[in-house]
Design a protein around this ligand. Sequence first.
Ligand code: ASP
Length: 580
Amino acid sequence: MNPWRDGYCGEISSSQAGTELTLSGWAARRRDHGGLIFIDLRDHTGYVQLVVNPEHAPDAARVAHEVRSEFVLRARGEVVRRAPDAVNPNIATGDVEVQVESLEILSHSEPLPFQLDEENVDEVLRLRYRYLDLRREPMQRSLRLSATVVAAIRRSMEEQGFIDIWTPSLTLGTPEGARDFLVPVRLQPGRFFALAQSPQVFKQLFMISGLDRYYQIATCWRDEDLRADRQFEFRQLDLELAFPTREEVIDVLETVVVASFEALGRTPPSRPFPRVAYAETMLRYGSDKPDVRFGLEIADATEVTRGSEFGVFANAECVRFLVAPRPFSRAELGRLEEFAREWGAKGLAYLVVDDSGEVRSPIAKFLSERELEAFAAAPGSTVLFGADAPAMVERVLGALRSHLGGELELVDESQDAFLWVVDFPLFLPHEETGLWTFVHHPFTGPIDGQEDLIESEPGNVLSQHYDLIWNGWELGSGSIRIHRQEVQERVFRAMGMTDEEAHEKFGYLLDALRMGAPPHGGFALGLDRFVALLAGESNIREVVAFPKTASGSDPLTGAPTAIPDGVLKELGIATRTNPS
Ligand code: ASP
């Protein structure tokens, strides 16, 4: 027998009426009603009402007077049905209460820095006292939902023949496009491990070892600016398969997504999830992670504007537009132009077609009938243009599309839109250096037959990389990998690495690729993002137990902190900045 409780607060039902129980939990609320004292006792399952009658239980009543919010109590008493007019239909145990015979305070509580039912509590305060924040029902729900999803994923992966293998966190830098977190090594002063940005290379090595199907709920560390969908450390469902086809990898992921929905009792998205090629999504949505729950698609007008009298169009490498279903006012257009400039546009050309069909625009007089027809704007709409290099046009119109989707409430929130983006380019020019750099990571394979173009025409090679998108969030990425050493070397060369550099950085992988590497491929699903979306949260901090703030600190522990000089010395480190 457990001395603390023989039932859970939220599970007491009228079928137990007449039985005597011991219950433990937190005092959520205490009300004194002229003699009778009511206490809502809470545990992880919910609440039950305790009633203390000073006439029947004078000792318990004395204790009840001392009880304050969030005290931890143990109560013993009889479950009784409430009188019909006292039934509370808002809680699961609303038709019963416990007539207390004995009551004990197990633990006191100071007044809390915020009330558990308070709304809009400052996030730093919530994180400073996260253990209290986690007492709140929405947080409990998110963490339990997360656990349900992780369990469903594990079940599904095991059913699909994957085995869970642990990989090290302390390793050599892994190129996933972010900075590494570095860990000094006392035994080798001046040397550092990197915390794994992902188990990427290890899982490829597992395939070379013949382990066939690997998975792991892996923690990954990336030193990046934090955002609503990004933390320094996060979990991935990481997986790899030997001898796969792209379709097989996609099938594994779709199975996992459906299993997660089912575990939560939700209608899963129908399979197969739609596919869209990278080039098409960049053209139509200006994004490689499009939210397709609304239209507002972008169209190309480069051909039709060649030779335009409007010089900006005629001379731009690329001209595209989208048609918003509203005739914007001058003030609104001013704001949109400012928005476009923030994304790098030089300006924002527009045509407003008012409700009577009349066109209002400083550029209309330069445009031919043919051009105006091509923009096909209905009365009561606004055409917004991007005219620049394709990458800039995609960026600006893509951002405008997302912004307007939200602003004009075009998004159908009732939909779950999953889709695969496929046929990515293998390389894109690096934003700062202009050098060819990988789109996914350097281990991604080119489409079969394009290996010979890697060095001669890197910009024209398509890759076997695929991304999974849900409602405009990138849930994860994967690819069929390079399994031939000479192809891997070509990719490193195309990225501007000498063979020596490639061997220095990735010699261990290149060696392995020479010793019987099977074709292989895999994927990583961002678990915290997936769980956040399943929980209906737009910020992953709401589903992570102890997240960092946007500025990268942990208000609970105060980390990161400065380290005493003596410790640094032992590690062979001298710091240049003194954190204040
Ligand atoms: N390692 C990759 C990532 O973390 C996923 C993969 O290619 O499997 O995005």
